[in-house]
Write a protein that binds this ligand. Structure first.
Ligand code: NDP
Length: 256
């Protein structure tokens, strides 16, 4: 019998786990939600502007035999974020995995940044992550996983006009490092995945950013959302039990 003929037993590493993915209605967040569900987790996603897309993600997971719910929660609204965590715990009985994915990219040259854009970026990318993490930490038990989505831009500025975005992603990386000390003694790991250019609504392959960064991709192409989701799935899994405080770069060699 060849390896490809060998009967597969369905091994689901996240069976019995409950996950919340912020900004799970589209793009990388949707791919993460589907992957965690495929790995056996019950998955809640939050969304802000795309209820139909969120419903599609839930329908896809459900059709595949999984368990999923969508919760409207603007990441820039602390009350809504706290309520989303509480609803997840109420529906699934626990919260074992938090993926802080929701993010936006506003900015421009430093002289031209509108202060309202600054405030919105901090609210969604930084405050949203802080509040979700704080509330999740109150519910998580040993084995918990907090996974942040940073950016390769936090370590390598490939082009101008992104200082505000980089500020928020650098904040996440720093937050991650100290959190490890707070939550490690409780058996909770905290890691950040830093995607490089990935084909999404925010940064479509073929779009304006790709004209600039495309030549810098060592692997010669943009990433796909599922390629970021697979790194998150590893960090969520029992295989990553000794990995905490890590900055995992998944960028096709963009910052190598
Ligand atoms: P998209 O813009 O394609 O999708 C963003 C997702 O986040 C959507 O599901 C959106 O939902 C949700 N979202 C946005 N704002 C809010 C909000 N205020 N509250 C709740 N949900 C929100 O982005 P990507 O998938 O490309 O990016 C996902 C993460 O990955 C971000 O943190 C981004 O910074 C990071 N990243 C992306 C890279 C890339 O090249 N694509 C590279 C490096 C990092 P809705 O429409 O319902 O509001």
């Amino acid at each position: 019998m060849t390896a490809s003929q060998y009967p597969l037993t369905r091994h689901l590493p996240l069976t019995g786990k409950a996950a919340l993915v912020t900004g799970g209605s589209r793009s990388i967040g949707a791919a993460i939600a589907k992957r965690l569900a495929a790995d056996g987790a019950a998955v809640a996603i939050t969304y802000s502007a795309s209820p139909d897309k969120a419903a599609e993600v839930v329908a896809t997971i459900t059709a595949d035999g999984g368990l999923a719910i969508a919760i409207e929660a603007d990441a820039g609204n602390p009350g809504a974020v706290r309520a989303a965590i509480e609803r997840t715990v109420a529906e699934f009985g626990s919260l074992d995995i938090l993926v802080n994915n929701a993010g936006i990219a506003l900015g421009g040259p430093i002289e031209a940044i509108d202060f309202r854009d600054y405030e919105r970026m901090i609210a969604v990318n930084v405050t949203g992550t802080f509040v979700a993490t704080q509330e999740a930490a109150r519910h998580m038990t040993t084995g918990g996983r907090i996974i942040n989505i940073g950016s390769s831009m936090a370590r390598y500025a490939a082009f101008g006009g992104a200082s505000l975005y980089t500020l928020t992603k650098g904040a996440i990386a720093g937050f991650n490092r100290s959190l490890v000390r707070d939550l490690g003694p409780r058996g909770i790991t905290v890691n950040t995945v830093h995607p490089g250019p990935t084909d999404t609504d925010m940064n479509p392959d073929g779009g304006p950013v790709s004209q600039i960064v495309g030549p810098g991709m060592a692997i010669g192409r943009y990433g796909k959302p599922h390629e970021i989701a697979s790194v998150v799935a590893y960090l969520a899994s029992p295989e990553a039990s000794f990995v905490t405080g890590a900055d995992l770069i998944a960028d096709g060699g963009f910052t190598a």
